[in-house]
Design a binder for this molecule. Structure first.
Ligand code: FES
Length: 146
């Protein structure tokens, strides 16, 4: 299938921001897409209520790399509350859109952040479910994962 990516997607795919690991991360999340097998890992450094650093590793398609890169840019320096509100739609808009067949890749980025925040709360002895909600392994945008 032929489709084209925005310049911003190509830029974040070719020059992804915040790639790597944080050795003493306060929260680590890993999510995978059962359909394509792609995996995204997110590391958060949190001080007080602020995400002071974030890094990611994505073993996946170009759209997954671009969306995780943009997602890290959007939550770095922000509060936990802001990060929890970040939706895959906002990440896509920041990238000037994604082809419809690639929307599910952006869902992975949203889930990776929520998964890392769940880990953060769990480490604090706090039940993350009421705060972070159900991360889920599916999205509302397609019926790929069922
Ligand atoms: Fe797997 Fe994009 S095709 S995340």
């Amino acid at each position: 299938m032929a489709f084209s990516y925005s310049e911003k997607v190509m830029d974040h795919f070719a020059n992804p921001r915040n790639v790597g690991e944080i050795a003493d991360a306060d929260g680590v999340g890993e999510v995978g897409n059962s359909k394509c097998g792609d995996i995204m890992k997110m590391y958060l450094k949190i001080e007080g209520n602020t995400i002071v650093d974030v890094k990611f590793k994505t073993f996946g398609c170009g759209a997954a790399i671009a969306t995780s890169s943009m997602a890290t840019e959007l939550i770095k320096g922000k509060t936990i509350d802001d990060a929890l509100k970040l939706t895959n739609k906002a990440v896509m808009e920041a990238l000037d859109g994604l082809p419809p067949v690639k929307v599910h890749c952006s869902v992975l980025a949203e889930q990776a952040i929520k998964s890392a925040l769940s880990d953060y709360y769990t480490r604090q002895g706090i039940d993350p479910t009421p705060i972070v909600g159900d991360i889920g392994d599916h999205c509302d945008h397609c019926d790929h994962c069922g």
